[in-house]
Design a protein around this ligand. Structure first.
Ligand SMILES: Cc1cc2nc3c(=O)[nH]c(=O)nc-3n(C[C@H](O)[C@H](O)[C@H](O)COP(=O)(O)OP(=O)(O)OC[C@H]3O[C@@H](n4cnc5c(N)ncnc54)[C@H](O)[C@@H]3O)c2cc1C
Length: 463
């Protein structure tokens, strides 16, 4: 039987980054990943001159931890920042793509919202604090009015969580937005005062943070972490069960490799897997928490990547892409203009577009067959971007369970996870179902969890 101080289950970005922080501290780590490749949802495919992201297309540099990691891994030269035009985003209203205004002057002229909706913003600083947990929809309607929910927040929630604003908890899913009210009494006031405090903490607000990827796509990052971790990473190893050894106060990780069952002895385990898998492991220790974690909803999302010859597309692709409010009743959630955002995503003379289908809004659409999906995306893009003819290249990535939804009550689930960790010393729950879904949230959380694990091992005098 092999052994290590710490075992991490899951070789997505959360597990890999946690493993790296721990290895840097000189601790012995083993990471098990069931797939043959690391990266989890963060994978990249290159084919015939096209670069296809299967999951995240970019990340936001909101934390200085990224720079530390890229320097540790020696991949600073691989890093690419998004085209400055990527700051432009479009939102569909009445069938037309409208630029999201980036200055007060443009906001006043914008046709995205009516005059009464704009005037309603003047009331925002005088709206009181919430008296109970609210959904993001309730929060926005109360502070900004219905039209901002429909034509700003609804499409963004679809773009970030592929989720429903009526169900997502503002406090759990958008903690920084919630904090503006909680801490400063309002969004406008908070924006101004919060900027000063972020500067002190060396943090960058999401709207100011630089968007990045790598020359060869997002999977560069997990692959570099895996290389740096060396033989600590064991791919094609699916963990099946966890057992506790009362006498040694240690855990046994049962996993399968090449069809054979094996065991690994460890002092601490981090479950950096999707919630359904984490729930299965937790079930050996706490049935009720296992059920709660397994119930966290992950809607299906399908990414449909399409390539066209430049001359086929009439729409000027001068931005990140566009998002579609539910009220517009379209069949896709939005699309990223991948070849505008980063160079070398499409062959010379071509453009690449990544459309998103499904989410909580229309889960049934994500599950359609390839032909139905392609014709749905082709028709929608043809109309919205005035495209002539069909795509010259297509690629479909399906996520049956894409992104965990932090619905109302999610923070109570997180509290129960903390209680579980206190009652089962040495077991840690981490990953995008707990501390935020974005890549930057996963990195911030990975460092925090590595600190908790280190403190735990120190308290047990294990080093
Ligand atoms: C379609 C899509 C688009 C996204 N776009 C963006 C974006 O543009 N920007 C952004 O910041 N974020 C984006 N996200 C979110 C972000 O990519 C994810 O939240 C993040 O990558 C999750 O990382 P993770 O390591 O927590 O989980 P995962 O990537 O899910 O990794 C978990 C790993 O655990 C492994 N595993 C599961 N069970 C076992 C087992 N029994 N034994 C061993 N291994 C196991 C899995 O194979 C997997 O590799 C997107 C997500 C999706 C799905």
């Amino acid at each position: 039987m092999t052994s290590s101080h710490i075992t991490i289950i899951g070789g997505g970005i959360s597990g890999l980054a946690t493993a790296w922080w721990l290895k840097k501290k000189g601790l012995s780590v083993t990471l098990f990943e069931q797939d043959a490749e690391v990266g989890g949802t963060m994978k990249t495919v290159r084919k015939d001159g096209w670069l296809i992201e299967t999951g995240p297309n970019s990340a936001l540099e909101t934390t200085p931890l990224f720079k530390t990691l890229f320097a540790d891994l020696g991949i600073e030269n691989e890093l690419v920042y998004a085209n400055p035009a990527g700051k432009n985003r479009y939102i569909l209203r009445n069938g037309t793509l409208h630029p999201l205004p980036m200055s007060p002057g443009k906001f006043l002229k914008s046709k995205l919202w009516s005059l009464p909706a704009k005037l309603r913003l003047l009331k925002e600083p005088f709206v009181g604090r919430a008296q109970r947990e609210e959904s993001i929809a309730e929060f926005v309607v109360r502070r900004l009015g219905r039209e901002f929910l429909d034509y700003a927040i609804n499409p963004f929630v679809a773009g970030i969580f592929a989720g429903s604003p009526e169900k997502l908890s503002v406090r759990a899913a958008f903690p920084k937005l919630y904090a503006l009210e909680e801490k400063y009494g309002g969004l406008i006031r908070g924006q101004i005062k919060g900027a000063r405090e972020r500067k002190k903490r060396r943090e960058v607000a999401k709207d100011r943070a630089q968007m990045f990827s790598f020359k060869n796509g997002m999977q560069t990052f997990p692959c570099a972490l895996s290389r740096a971790l060396g033989d600590a990473v064991r791919t094609s190893c699916a963990v099946e069960r966890i057992g506790y050894n009362e006498n040694e106060k240690s855990y046994t990780v049962q996993y399968s490799m090449d069809g054979a069952g094996r065991a690994h002895e460890t002092n601490a385990i981090i479950f950096a897997v999707p919630a359904s898998a984490a729930g299965r492991f937790v079930a050996s220790f706490d049935d009720s928490l296992a059920n709660i974690i397994q119930d966290i909803y992950y809607p299906p999302v399908t990414e449909v990547f399409v390539g066209y010859k430049k001359e086929q597309v009439k729409q000027t692709m001068d931005g990140f892409g566009f998002l579609i409010p539910e009220k517009e009743k379209r069949k896709i959630l939005g699309a990223i203009w991948s070849s505008t955002l980063f160079e070398d995503r499409a062959p010379e003379g071509s453009v690449a577009i990544t459309a998103f289908v499904g989410g909580s809004r229309q889960p049934e659409n994500a599950l359609k067959n390839d032909n139905e999906l392609l014709s749905m995306v082709r028709d929608e893009l043809q109309e919205l971007m005035q495209i002539n003819g069909g795509p010259v290249f297509t690629s479909i990535t399906r996520w049956e369970k894409a992104i965990p939804q932090y619905h109302l009550g999610h923070l109570q689930i997180v509290e129960q996870m903390s209680k579980f960790e206190a009652e089962h010393p040495g077991l840690f729950l981490s990953g995008n179902y707990r501390g935020g879904i974005s890549v930057s949230d996963c990195i911030t959380q990975s460092e925090k969890v590595s600190d908790h694990v280190t403190k735990y091992l120190e308290s047990q005098k294990i080093s």
